[in-house]
Design a binder for this molecule. Structure first.
Ligand SMILES: Cc1ncc(COP(=O)(O)O)c(C=O)c1O
Length: 332
């Protein structure tokens, strides 16, 4: 086994795929399923765990004992890194910038900030115009001076190792859908941020010759940039898998639900959060999955996804952010 294929077991088992009967009925089709990547593992779950399974394995194999990550006080990636580090007996340091300008006490002290505080997370604050890479290198030097061995986590866990975590997920989804409904889905709907999640799904499906379209709703970058990032990561994964396939223009990204930008909640995303909670009793993340659900709702309403199709919505986690953004979501 090459080093790259070594992975930890941070999720414990395959995350479930569930049918969403009431959302499906609300539209009168397509059949909508959800992949519960919000549910697996510790630290409240989420997509980063799949990425960290190989990234933290690499850190341990390299003899490192301190994981350093660029994030912010409401970062899902940081919460899951700190949780994984606690579980594995490693140290972690989160280099933090303000995510969006100050909002309220809940934003500073609830949601991911609270959970990281409970876990005793070490947070190193930097100014918003400071460079993350430089700041992480400085933190790494300090760790070395104290006799530790630092490992810098790639931004959003989106490198080859992280992307392979979502190749795993694509295989899980296909096997689960085959078991449940005897066919592969027509569409997989996913949130696209730093790109590794979508890239892994795209690469995994193409590698296995599965004709499912992956639609990524971008919550971070504009369409062209997001597309280039996902394409590059997917091609790296395909190369690693010894596939002869190369992606050129196939990656589908829609940035129309980004709203005013990363971390800024939009009206559509609030409406989508409420509709989904009221129909299915489940919560979406206002920064990530709620924007994606807003996109799915519009696609179905506009007939861009027709009623005869089968859709899997990937819930990538982030529900602690509901508490941080309570003032936007609470209906008076
Ligand atoms: C809840 C949630 N969904 C989706 C994403 C986006 O995943 P990726 O960065 O791999 O595109 C993130 C990234 O932080 C996230 O926290």
């Amino acid at each position: 086994m090459t080093l790259i294929n070594k992975k930890l077991n941070l999720i414990n088992k395959a995350t479930p795929v569930e049918f969403l009967p009431r959302l499906t009925e609300y539209f009168g089709g397509p059949d909508i399923y959800i992949k519960r990547d919000d549910e697996g593992g510790r630290g409240e779950g989420g997509n980063k765990l799949r990425k960290y399974e190989r990234i933290i394995a690499d850190a341990i194999n390299s003899g490192c004992d301190t994981l350093i990550l660029a994030g912010h006080y409401q970062s899902n990636a940081a919460r899951l890194l700190v949780s994984s580090a606690c579980r594995l007996g490693l140290k972690s340091i989160v280099v933090c910038k303000e995510m969006v300008s100050k909002q309220n006490v809940a934003f500073d002290k609830n949601g991911n900030a609270l959970l990281m505080n409970l876990m005793g997370a070490e947070m190193e604050s930097i100014e918003s115009d400071d460079d993350y890479q430089e700041a992480m290198s400085n933190v790494a030097e300090k760790v070395i001076k104290k006799g530790g061995k630092p490992y810098i986590i790639p931004f959003g866990g989106s490198n080859l190792l992280g992307t392979l975590g979502y190749v795993d997920c694509s295989e899980e989804i296909i096997a689960q859908m085959n078991d449940m409904v005897g066919k592969t889905p027509d569409y997989i709907i996913v949130t696209s941020g730093t790109g590794g999640t979508q890239a892994g799904l795209v690469a995994g499906l193409l590698h296995k010759n599965i004709d499912t379209s992956v639609i990524g709703f971008s919550i971070l970058h504009k369409q062209q940039q997001a597309k280039e990032i996902v394409t590059e990561l997917a091609n790296r994964a395909l190369k690693h898998l010894n596939s002869d396939k190369v992606i050129s223009d196939q990656v589908i990204i829609d940035d129309s639900y980004l709203g005013q930008g990363y971390g800024i909640v939009s009206d559509e995303c609030i409406k989508a959060s409420r509709l989904f909670a009221r129909l299915e009793g489940m919560f979406l993340c206002p920064v990530y999955t709620a924007k994606t659900m807003a996109g799915l709702i519009d696609y179905v309403k506009a007939g861009k996804i027709t009623k005869d199709k089968t859709v899997v919505f990937v819930h990538t986690g982030g529900t602690p952010l509901v508490y941080a953004y309570y003032d936007k979501l609470y209906e008076e």
